[in-house]
Design a protein around this ligand. Structure first.
Ligand code: SF4
Length: 377
């Protein structure tokens, strides 16, 4: 779709740009700068907008649940998984990023050698952890560091599943080379005699709209496929970008055709400066219900995320609302026990707005979005 470059800008008074720059940076890779001129859906995700000056929401909507066990860059809130965030830099910045204050805001540092040593030691000593997710920022931005992390994780026998989250397949498809993906693929192990010794390395590719499956992206994907590295597709539901049945259906079909497994649809988190992207949570349920009669489209897991973890929704989910100071919150019993959460996270108390039911399970409250007219129309 052809994009009018000025659509996200106020034509008369551009002082908002100066104001916005004080909070959030802008960064476009050459590929994204080109695509933003061709696709309105990509422009809305990547170009700064006056709507970001609406600071309603939270500075760190997810971080409150993480204590990192005192190890910078490592997070654990589930029994079987650890997340490593070596740095918060990306090749381009998405305006809806839930880590916005760290990525676009620049409020973050890299993991040091000592941080990595501590994290590896922690993971090594708990055999319940079988999955490590390496995320960012974009781990593909610094391949040497990614390879070093994989080297360190490889020798931990109980890690069977390594996931790497990236958007660089879209931002810098030219950086996806045979040599680099071979360097990742060699950490996979398909053990013929003992499946317990096998290890999968997969890539979580964040993409939100069919316009993002460009020829360059398809070529980059083919390199992963050539090296048998599987790709999981992760989508953020975004008002004005993809929050329509026909778009999610087309995206799902294109993912399957291009060997990307539909994985998650995330509800857009309540981070400051992203309110204009946020639909209601119910909107995503409605879209998935619309899609349920079509092949393959229910493969997505629709989730919203609070500081204690993911809340999985299905087409029959019924949401319970509470209203507070003009805000609509979704009150939900979680599958997480408070005692487990406190142990895994190393926290002394639950995050704000979380309670415990009589069975010991956590009850969360999540700030809902709305389906009022989108900001760009
Ligand atoms: S690529 Fe991911 S971490 Fe980077 S700005 Fe976009 S959403 Fe945030």
């Amino acid at each position: 779709m052809k994009h009018d470059c000025h659509q996200t800008e106020s034509p008369k008074n551009e002082s908002w740009k100066t104001e916005l720059r004080q909070s959030f940076r802008t960064k476009l890779s050459p590929e994204i700068a080109k695509l933003a001129k061709q696709s309105e859906a990509i422009a809305r995700q990547m170009l700064p907008s006056i709507h970001e000056l609406d600071f309603s929401g939270l500075r760190e909507p997810f971080e409150a649940g993480k204590n990192n066990q005192g190890i910078y860059g490592m997070e654990r809130i589930y029994e079987d998984r650890v997340v490593l965030t070596p740095y918060f830099e990306c090749a381009a910045y998405c305006r809806y990023c839930f880590k916005k204050t760290r990525t676009l805001g620049g409020e973050a540092k890299r993991m040091t050698e000592a941080d990595i040593d501590q994290a590896i030691r922690y993971i090594s000593t708990d055999t319940r952890i079988n999955t490590v997710l390496i995320t960012g920022g974009d781990p593909f931005l610094d391949f040497d560091m990614l390879e070093e992390l994989l080297n360190r994780i490889e020798v931990i026998p109980h890690i069977r599943n390594i996931r790497i989250g990236t958007r660089n397949i879209l931002f810098t498809p030219e950086s996806i080379t045979d040599n680099r993906i071979e360097r990742i693929a060699r950490f996979q192990r398909f053990h013929l005699m003992n499946p317990k010794m096998s290890r999968c390395v997969s890539v979580g590719f964040s993409l939100n709209h069919p316009d993002e499956l460009t020829p360059s992206v398809i070529e980059a994907l083919s390199i992963f496929h050539r090296h048998s590295v599987s790709i999981k597709g992760q989508v953020v539901l975004l008002k004005g970008v993809n929050a329509e049945t026909r778009i999610i259906q087309e995206l799902s079909n294109l993912m399957i055709a291009n060997q990307i497994s539909p994985y998650y649809v995330f509800h857009c988190m309540p981070v400051i400066g992203a309110n204009h992207f946020r639909t209601s949570v119910q909107k995503g349920i409605d879209i998935l219900r619309d899609l349920a009669r079509f092949s393959g489209t229910t493969a997505f897991q629709y989730v919203y995320v609070t500081p204690v973890g993911k809340h999985r929704l299905n087409i029959d989910s019924k949401l319970n609302y509470v209203f507070r100071e003009n805000q609509r919150l979704i009150r939900n019993h979680t599958v997480y026990k408070a005692a487990d959460f406190l142990q895994f996270s190393g926290q002394n108390s639950l995050p704000v707005d979380h309670e415990v039911d009589s069975q010991g399970y956590i009850i969360s409250h999540y700030l809902d979005g709305d389906d009022m007219e989108d900001a760009w129309s």
